[in-house]
Write a protein that binds this ligand. Structure first.
Ligand SMILES: Nc1ncnc2c1ncn2[C@@H]1O[C@H](COP(=O)(O)OP(=O)(O)OP(=O)(O)O)[C@@H](O)[C@H]1O
Length: 244
């Protein structure tokens, strides 16, 4: 069970940006994928979303493989991308309806939950709005509401902590923590470790397309001999490691 990435080699037009990754995430676990710009975080995510085809290796989610059961696999995954993807001609309400359709959800059952989420992110009075009227953070919140509306077992969240206000960040952290309690899996990329630690216990450090560490933030700090919470120093040390 869980997400299993086995010996993944992948990237763009056969350029192996990802050079052999092994990663398992168990139900109820949230993992932070961290590393320098260009380390391979987004490329890994694109592979898990089935947007890139592996050069070799395999990805499975609760025993469904992306290769053999791509449709069922993708229905188990919800994504909150760093840059919101919204349809300019659809209202907020229509975006939610689309998610309900795409994930085959029961409208009557899910709509009260949608209203709760909208209220949490102060979007409940904006159901008739089109994306053009939303700010960047509001668009991000629409993506969050859509993702948490689904019953997907794996939530992929790409750098959520840079465009949201502190209230929305706190709400997102609460949602991640309750998703974990519900047995879901979370894979989150971020550079903002000070905030991520409120939701994540486990971190995977990517450097140059390889996993160089997998553990708690404390074990990472220990490994790189980081004093206090000076995470800037961590990235300096990763840069030194990368250039070797
Ligand atoms: N569309 C693309 N075509 C070719 N190479 C790409 C493409 N996108 C990214 N790369 C390369 O793949 C490598 C990994 O990039 P990736 O976007 O996965 O990094 P990242 O860890 O997500 O970085 P960031 O923190 O900046 O988001 C980089 O060397 C980058 O130049």
């Amino acid at each position: 069970m869980g997400l299993i990435i086995k010996n993944l080699v992948g990237g763009y037009q056969n350029v192996p940006v990802i050079k052999g990754i092994n990663l398992e995430i168990q139900p109820g676990e949230a993992v932070g994928l961290i590393g320098l710009n260009g380390a391979g975080k987004s490329t890994t995510i694109k592979h898990v979303l089935g947007l890139l085809r592996p050069i070799s290796g395999e990805i499975s989610l609760n025993e469904l493989t992306l290769k053999e059961q791509p449709t069922q696999f993708k229905q188990q995954v919800a994504v909150i991308p760093e840059t919101p993807v919204l349809y300019p001609e659809l209202t907020l309400k229509e975006h939610l309806e689309l998610t309900i359709l795409a994930y085959g959800l029961d409208r009557g059952h899910v709509w009260p939950h949608a209203l709760e989420l909208l209220k949490l992110f102060r979007l409940d009075d904006k159901l008739g709005w089109l994306p053009i009227h939303f700010s960047k953070g509001m668009k991000q919140k629409v993506m969050i509401v859509n993702a948490f509306l689904t019953d997907a077992q794996l939530l992929i969240i790409d750098e959520p902590f840079t465009g949201l206000d502190p209230l929305a960040v706190a709400n997102l952290i609460d949602l991640i923590n309750s998703a974990k309690r519900a047995g879901k899996m979370v894979l989150l990329t971020t550079h903002v470790l000070q905030t991520a630690r409120r939701a994540l216990e486990r971190y995977v450090v990517l450097n140059n397309g390889l996993i160089v560490l997998d553990g708690s933030l404390d074990s990472i700090k220990q490994h790189y001999e980081i004093a206090d919470d000076n995470f800037g120093e961590l990235y300096q040390k990763l840069a030194v490691e990368q250039s070797k």
